[in-house]
Design a protein around this ligand. Sequence first.
Ligand code: SF4
Length: 506
Amino acid sequence: MARPPAGSTRLVTAEFPIDATITAQALRHALMCERRVWLDAHADSALRDPPAPEALRLYALGSQHEAAIHAATVPEIEPVAIASWEEGVAVTRDLMRRGVAGILGACLEARTPLDLTDTVYTLRGRVDRLVRVWHDGEAVYSPVEIKQRNHPEDADWLQLDLYVWLLSLIQGTPPPAELWLGADELGRPRWRLAHDYDEDRLMAAALRAGHLLTSAPEPPVRIEPHCATCHWLASCQGVARRERRIDLLYGVSRTTRANLEAAGIRHLEDVVARSPEALQAIKGIGPKTAPRIRANAQAWLENRPVWLDALPAVCRQPGWMFDLETWEVRGRTVPWCMGWCDGDGQTLIALVAPVQLPETLALPDGQTVILAPDSDAAWEVFAQAVSEDHRPIFHWSGYDAAILRGSAPAHVTAQLMPRLHDLNATLKRVISLPLKSTSIKPVSTHLGFAWPGYQDWFAAYLDYRHWLETGSLEALARACLYQRADVQSMALVWRWLVDHAPPGPP
Ligand code: SF4
């Protein structure tokens, strides 16, 4: 605060140092998207989306995995109740002073300037596990970060950098650290990777995050696959739409988008202004993708479907709509549920269940399901049901065909495979819609399908597991409603394509 000269009438504002908190999560997010960190700090939190199902699923799976690893590797856990973050920091310090063998969910925090400004930053992180180890002749606490996946990410090392730095302030020396990945058959970590502490990497990341929290201008929207789990997605999509950014285009990778921008193509109208031939001059865009990208830009600008090609004859005839849900059984991905319907939406569902032979079950909402003892039997039920004709079997993306090839009995694969038709691949080839994605949910919703219940496969899976454990038919009905909606939404898309496609060649 500058002191005014004596006798001055100038008003003075006390300028306290800014206090910004940099969490381990913010460091991770900043590596992925600086805009997210900036919005978290500066935007109205009421504008955030509700948690995306995918984000909830990843969080639940991560927590389950961490708990399972602790259960498999810690002989005895003594819970300590904490009511606030501050109390967690104090309790962690106290437990470290007492020299306990390990601390799960340790709370670490330090306040520090990071540069020559007045800003004081609070750096904090909650460590999955602190373990007391001998290192260079003394006992120190070493942080462990636990992840379900089998491959490390840059953000994992950065997170451990932060924990090591925070612990070095307490212990006087940087401790060793480990990243535990995956799980083996006994529930222990599959990989234990040693961390290589890099203080420069941490300080550079912390400064960047601190700048975003305090003074940086709003970073631009960059719609990427990871945006699916971000609570700012609706806001960012709104910005992308308002600014007609090429981020809205589907099937354009991050590299190709950078190449487009390098060629001066930043907005949808820039794409439409180029011919497909001119677009092909850009690295990453080929003769097949150029017309699709241009049509997608046109669809967005004119808010209408843009046809690229005739609907194949096979899609103009009635067929079966087919979809499945899978789980892992002894290392194999096999269906636990499959659903199919005709073009009018008449649906049947086959489910793997604890039965000896296939049997029928009526659900409270009237849906009939066929219970089958295993996935082979479920495949047989489906093959039998569609054997009354030779109509095409429409499905959405290559996943269903891959699961058929990889899990069905050979004679069922031979019977069904020639009839499968990927309606998603056909849609991408013949038409472009003003959408960022060609998944069945956005496409069918755009074309008028009202999704009943939830739209999350994992929620359906959890309801199915709940039914297996408790026998709750309400839970099973919810899971089957999801499966039914998947095939009925496909029927609506198929019908819409047939009704709206321009006449094809005779
Ligand atoms: S939606 Fe995407 S671009 Fe927007 S803040 Fe989130 S991660 Fe960043």
